[in-house]
Design a protein around this ligand. Structure first.
Ligand code: 8YV
Length: 330
């Protein structure tokens, strides 16, 4: 037996990075990734001093009920709608996310999705692979240029701003809506103009969603919002399933009230609404906007830094760098 504190890691990550915990902790890392039930999570967390978890691990009062030693839950994601922050704070447990290290990867991927939808890349590839390419026709597979079209961004945090900065090279004017406008200097840095939500919906040719999922943002894009969008517009979601009403989106796309969509996240993922699977004007991807080698490693390293820091180790000793509830440190 050792008297080191214990840390549980709910999924396989990168052993070389996790090894930084080993001098200070007794480390238990799951060898396979799966979804744990609430009672399994409660049993896993009981007796642990720290946990590194992911979006599939929903942690609230029931899951921490027996975790009397738990001091930090480090989330492998910038979004933390899987954590009940109030319950964790009430129990004196710190929570952290992976803010910032994934901004550029997610921004790149949002652009990849948008360009893919605009130029019909995935549909064209499916057609090619199915053996339909017998001749090259001048007017076949016509997509739409992004240049000169208006890019709308709903949710203008750091990922939204990284997306906006890329628009200069593509010649797209940028409008955005957020709970509040950016400070002037930030707005200037990404050359974006603040508009109200309804103007954003009406004027965007491409609308990218980058807002967190909260009770207030659930179905922020539903039938009434889709009805305000241009029939030529395309919707891109790299934020969270649940922000879009997937059934309403499938209907709008089928009825050609919206030209296209590109979605990395879904309301009931990994299940995808069958209405979306049927459509050719939708690009679908399995929640991989942050999935580059570099970024997933940086996310793991940041989670490790947060755990180490809470226990007084590493460069941030005493101050977990991306703590979500700093009040618990007091
Ligand atoms: C996930 C994400 O963390 O950061 C987020 O909020 O949605 C992603 O980066 C990733 O899919 C790992 O589960």
């Amino acid at each position: 037996m050792t008297d080191k504190p214990r840390v549980w890691i709910s999924r396989p990550t990168f052993p070389g990075i996790i090894a930084r915990l080993e001098p200070h902790f007794e480390v238990t890392a799951e060898a396979e990734e799966r979804k744990f039930s609430s009672s399994e999570l409660a049993a896993k967390l009981a007796g642990q001093d720290a946990a590194i978890v992911g979006l599939k691990d929903r942690i609230g009062p029931a899951e921490i009920g027996q975790a009397t030693r738990l001091r930090i839950v480090a989330n492998l994601g910038v979004g933390y709608d899987n954590l009940d922050l109030d319950a964790l704070s009430a129990a004196g447990i710190a929570a952290s996310n992976t803010a910032d290290v994934l901004n550029e990867s997610v921004a790149d991927y949002a652009w990849a999705l948008m360009l893919g939808a605009a130029r019909r890349m995935n549909a064209a590839e499916r057609w090619l692979r199915a053996g339909h390419w017998h001749a090259t026709e001048f007017r076949q597979w016509l997509g739409t240029d992004v240049r000169g079209h208006t890019l709308g961004i709903l949710g203008m945090g750091r990922i939204g701003q990284a997306i906006a900065r890329r628009a200069v090279g593509f010649g797209m004017p940028v409008i955005y809506h957020n709970r509040s406008p950016l400070p002037e200097a930030d707005e200037r840095a990404c050359d974006a103009r603040y508009v109200d939500k309804s103007q954003l919906l009406r004027e965007s040719d491409f609308l990218i969603l980058v807002l967190p999922l909260t009770p207030q943002t659930r179905h922020a894009i539903g039938a009434p919002e889709l009805a305000q969008m241009k029939p030529t517009a395309m919707l891109v979601n790299v934020a969270r399933g649940g922000i879009v009403d997937d059934a309403a989106l499938a209907t709008a796309l089928r009825e050609k009230r919206l030209a296209g969509a590109a979605l990395d996240v879904f309301e009931r993922e990994p299940a995808v609404h069958p209405g979306l699977l049927e459509l050719d004007n939708v690009v679908l991807s399995p929640h991989i906007a942050s999935a580059s080698q570099e970024t997933r490693r940086a996310m793991t390293a940041l989670a490790v830094d947060n755990v180490l820091a809470l226990f007084g180790h590493g460069p941030h000793a005493g101050r977990p760098p991306t703590i979500l509830n700093p009040n618990v440190l007091a």
